[in-house]
Design a protein around this ligand. Structure first.
Ligand code: M6R
Length: 610
């Protein structure tokens, strides 16, 4: 949700800021802007729309500067216009800032500042902050003191980079409920919302904590708390190599990330079973505490919620305790029965999703054991974790989650098997059998991806429909929901997932030759025959019928207009493999329709607002 960058040093400031923003584009693309401090004069360039518009705006201009700040926006308050684009400038033209987050009390602040004579030029919540800091600067004449004085007035979530024309070599960065990292270079320093913006530029970083202010000059970085007291922070070494944010020859990050999935599963399994035992070893999970739970609640959003739904299904089977799966945005406003005997699992690829963080925080207050699954061990959610399960999927750049979903499923299977081992809720023989089944998954997944050309060919049959229904039962209901979400978010086809048995309770009214139905099937399962009956019902209403099933399915061929097959696996693990054709289908439909696959409209990779 918005990305911010800052730089002070001898490098080409505008190029560095634009390059940083390029690597943060997954955070928003409604507008972009930079402010450059050129020897005591602040120049601002901004453009609505994608970053390319800002590139065009600055192209061919000589832009000398000793420091600058930049922003990429996901609009919350105010439309995606140039006036609402960041950086925002103070009324005296001397102070500029960029902001990620939401200032919740901006209306009252605006009224107060307007009474003080300040004029507002945008509809944003952010503009209140820039005038506030100008007002405080005028009282003390020091940027850092103005920031310390100003933050006391602010409520909500904010990461800022702020600069003043009188101190061209300085940027003050602030973090409160929105991520911010400082990159330490030689005679130059960086600030960014996320590591991809500075990957390859610096070796050492300091991840700011909430309530911290960094005063960044080219020579050094000093960290203070919100009272202005200096804090000692040790830098850590950056763990990413620049290669992780390259497309490696693929046309889109999404396709690259889809193809990384078998390798991710293989590594997760290797790590978890490295000791040769039958029970997975997950070193950052407090197995004793987690296994004692009498019930489990899993909270997440979007794709992570679909992974949670799969886990809910298998955990009840394997652990024989009640499991509830709740959308984080709903959990926040419920009165759940969470207590010290509950294991609460929060799942978030980014670790920055505001809904999930707030829900996990609320659960922690009840004394529950909090287990966090995240792809970012440096993210905000981790600070609430009693146990941690890193997804180890590598940076996911495409806004549509693919490889992180597969890593979530794999980690949840491993967690379920570990807890079952500790609780002795599954016989040792069963654990052994499930382990053996899991080990076959990566090569079977590779077989599916090797045949992706077949799926590409099917796209012609589906790409012209503007709507679609996905159906499944049991464990693969989540697969259908996820497949529909993927298609919807990147192709803008109105795809919706339903439990197949629910069709007849309403959605069947939508069926005719213009509404294709895609069924996710698991031959051999107890729900297979019922699924086939539901597919027959759809066919009888003239729906074009597509199916995803195992290659040993003997029934489906006669019924379906289009059939995609994958190698057969144990039903428990089928979501891992049946999901692949659905990801590819979504990808190829979106690509065929000429959509911006990696940056679908209105979305952002991490949703840091409630
Ligand atoms: O980072 P998180 O896993 O917390 O993100 C949750 C959702 O915002 C995310 O999965 C979203 O639904 C994606 N667009 C799915 O492709």
């Amino acid at each position: 949700m918005c990305g911010i960058v800052g730089y002070v040093g001898n490098g080409a400031v505008s190029d560095i800021l634009l390059g940083g923003l390029k690597n943060l584009e997954y955070r928003g693309y409604d507008s972009a802007g930079i402010a450059l401090n050129d020897n005591g004069k602040i120049d601002i360039f901004k453009a609505p729309g994608k970053l390319g518009n800002l590139y065009a705006e600055v192209e061919g201009k000589k832009l000398p500067a000793s420091g600058g700040i930049g922003h990429i926006r996901w609009a919350t308050h105010g439309k995606a216009t140039a006036d609402n684009a960041h950086p925002h400038l103070s009324n005296d033209g001397r102070l500029a800032l960029v902001h990620n987050g939401i200032i919740e009390n901006y209306k009252s602040l605006r009224e107060e500042l307007e009474k003080d004579g300040y004029t507002f030029y945008s509809e944003t919540d952010t503009e209140a902050a820039v005038h506030l800091f100008e007002r405080e600067y005028k009282k003390c004449g020091s940027l850092e003191q103005a920031v310390v004085a100003g933050v006391k007035y602010l409520k909500g979530a904010f990461a800022f980079c702020i600069m003043h024309d009188s101190e061209p070599d300085k940027i003050v960065a602030v973090r409160q409920n929105a991520p911010l990292v400082v990159g330490l270079g030689k005679e130059e320093n960086y600030i960014a919302s996320d590591i991809p913006a500075i990957v390859g530029k610096v070796q050492r970083i300091i991840c700011l904590n909430d309530g911290e202010i960094a005063v960044v000059t080219r020579k050094d970085v000093k960290i203070y708390d919100f009272t202005g007291k200096e804090i000692e922070r040790q830098p850590e070494y950056i763990g990413f190599n620049p290669e992780v944010i390259s497309k490696r020859g693929y046309p889109h990050f999404m396709l690259k990330e889809i193809n990384e999935q078998p390798g991710i599963v293989r590594h997760l399994l290797q790590d978890a079973y490295a000791d040769g035992g039958e029970i997975p070893c997950l070193p950052k999970v407090n197995a004793g505490a987690a296994a004692k739970a009498e019930r489990i609640e899993i909270i997440a959003c979007g794709t992570s919620l679909h992974a949670a739904a799969v886990a809910g299904f298998v955990f009840e089977e394997w652990l024989k305790i009640p499991v509830s799966v709740v959308a984080a945005s709903e959990y926040i406003y419920r009165r759940p029965l969470t207590n010290e005997k509950t294991l609460v699992i929060g799942i978030s690829q980014s670790g920055e999703t505001a809904d999930t963080i707030t829900a996990v925080k609320k659960a922690k207050e009840t004394g529950a054991h909090i287990l966090v699954l995240t792809n970012r061990e440096d993210s905000s959610i981790v600070r609430y974790a009693d146990s941690l399960l890193p997804l180890k999927a590598g940076i996911e750049v495409s806004v549509a989650a693919t490889k992180s979903y597969t890593a979530q499923l794999t980690c949840l299977y491993l967690l379920g098997l570990m807890l079952a081992g500790h609780r002795q809720s599954l016989p040792a023989e069963e654990l052994k059998k499930l382990r053996a089944e899991l080990q076959h998954l990566p090569s079977k997944m590779e077989n599916v991806l090797a045949e992706s050309a077949k799926i590409k060919d099917c796209v012609e049959k589906l790409k012209n429909y503007r709507q679609m229904i996905y159906i499944a039962r049991g464990i693969n209901l989540a697969t259908a929901m996820e497949g529909a979400l993927k298609l919807k978010e990147i192709s803008y086809v109105n795809a919706n997932g339903y439990p197949a048995g629910e069709l007849k309770h309403g959605p069947i009214a939508l069926l005719d030759e213009n509404m294709p139905v895609l069924a996710v099937l698991t031959p051999g399962s107890r729900i297979y025959d019922k699924m086939i009956s539901n597919c027959e019902e759809a066919k009888a209403r003239h729906a074009f019928l597509a199916g995803v099933t195992f290659d040993n399915d003997t029934e489906a061929d006669r019924l379906f207009d289009l059939l995609l097959t994958v190698p057969a696996v144990a039903e428990e693990f089928s979501p891992l493999i049946l999901n692949l054709p659905l990801q590819l289908l979504a990808y190829y439909v979106a690509a065929a329709l000429g959509r911006e696959v990696d940056q679908p409209r209105n979305l952002a990779k991490s949703v840091t607002v409630e």
